[in-house]
Design a protein around this ligand. Structure first.
Ligand code: NAD
Length: 357
């Protein structure tokens, strides 16, 4: 199969970690007989420096016309003081909007080989954590009307949270389909004991659940889910929730692993076009030192194969290669443990590419 991939290397460690993901993708192409064609587009600080904007219109068009987008990370102190409309993260929001990326998938997988990195007690995590949060990304309170006004002599600020039936239905469908590809277990998280938008959310999810009788479906309240994620994270498989709850819960879940550098993510649209990126930022403190952990980006590339290209075997092979490399004792500095083999970014990419079969 031939696939066109737009590559947004970005800033800081972005170019280094993306290089390693491409190294692994090229090896996949070689083994499985695919062709991946890469087109580079500048996004973030690097684009501000060259074009005065965080991404050009031409760059957006290239993303739209490709089969998938792979992103490193954007931003850094050099661009912290540029005017707000031109900041690096504006490009990220723009791409999400232009590509209609309404579903954010964030897996939290604690590889048993690095379970000591988890801040949770060993007895809670020793059986591993393997859950996936499906977060609605383009609706809810972050996109609602907001206002600040003077009422009876004091300042009042308001943020509106609204969801339509169809917005809930399309993210619900992504969640049920994702659950079907995993362990057929889905928890829908809301605050239906208080919020109208959550009551509609729950109603739509219940209706959808009838279409997916094989999926074991449960409702959960967001406050109790926040607690259960710490108490017994192993109980979850797929979680679906609205934008703000998902923002908070996915950050909480990613901390359960203690290894920011290893966490991938996917943002999906209602076509096969998606954007794939590690959850961490551009880590300017370690940029250019060849010490960044490329595994989050490599695992994001695996998600690209699974969700955009329907290449299940190939995605599984990358995830297995990462696990094998960890078994063999290879560690970048951020996940280093006593007795293990410390490697840099490039050497970690080489090891994963070599472990692929
Ligand atoms: P960060 O995630 O870049 O770094 C936090 C800490 O984790 C740093 O100590 C860093 O060295 C370390 N770290 C991150 N990724 C690592 C990796 N792969 N390997 C080893 N160590 C790693 O967060 P920050 O410092 O708050 O932000 C830095 C810049 O990144 C800011 O400009 C921020 O706006 C931007 N940012 C971008 C994105 C994105 O592009 N999606 C996301 C978050 C932050």
């Amino acid at each position: 199969m031939k696939k066109n991939i737009t590559v947004l290397r970005g800033d800081g460690i972005g170019p280094e970690i993306v290089n390693e993901a491409i190294k692994v993708l090229d090896r996949v192409a070689e083994i499985y007989g695919h062709e991946f064609v890469y087109t580079d587009v500048l996004m973030g600080g690097c684009s501000i420096d060259k074009y005065g904007v965080p991404i050009t219109e031409e760059g957006i068009e290239k993303c739209k016309s490709s089969d998938s987008v792979l992103l490193g990370a954007v931003g850094g102190p050099k661009w912290d003081n540029v005017e707000p409309s031109k900041r690096p993260e504006k490009a990220l929001l723009r791409v999400r909007k232009e590509l209609n990326l309404f579903a954010n998938l964030r897996p939290t997988k604690l590889f048993k080989q690095v379970c000591e990195a988890s801040p949770l007690k060993k007895e809670i995590v020793e059986n591993g954590i393997d859950l996936l949060i499906v977060r609605e990304l383009t609706g809810g309170i972050y996109f609602g009307k907001r206002s600040t006004s003077e009422v009876n002599g004091e300042t009042v600020a308001t943020d509106e949270m609204s969801y339509s039936y169809s917005e809930i239905e399309r993210i619900g469908r992504v969640a049920f389909e994702t659950a079907m590809k995993r362990n057929k277990k889905l928890a829908s998280v809301d605050k239906a004991n208080v919020l109208d938008s959550s009551r509609l959310w729950r109603k739509v999810m219940h209706e959808l659940s009838k279409e997916y009788p094989e999926v074991e479906y449960t409702d959960a309240l967001v406050d109790s889910t926040a607690m259960q994620l710490i108490k017994n994270p192993g109980q979850f498989d797929v979680i679906v929730t609205e934008n703000m709850f998902g923002d908070i819960l996915s950050d909480e879940a990613s901390m359960l692993t203690g290894s920011l550098g290893m966490m991938p993510s996917a943002s999906l649209s209602d076509t096969t076009l998606g954007m794939y990126e590690p959850i961490h930022g551009s880590a300017p403190d370690i940029a250019g030192l060849d010490i960044a952990n490329p595994l989050g980006t490599i695992l994001s590339a695996a998600m690209m194969l699974r969700y955009s290209f329907d290449m299940m075997k190939e995605a599984d092979a990358i995830e297995q290669a990462v696990s094998d490399v960890l078994d063999a004792g290879y560690r970048t500095g951020d996940i280093m443990q006593e007795g293990m083999i410390r490697v840099g970014c490039k050497a970690m990419g080489d090891a994963v590419a070599a472990a692929l079969r």
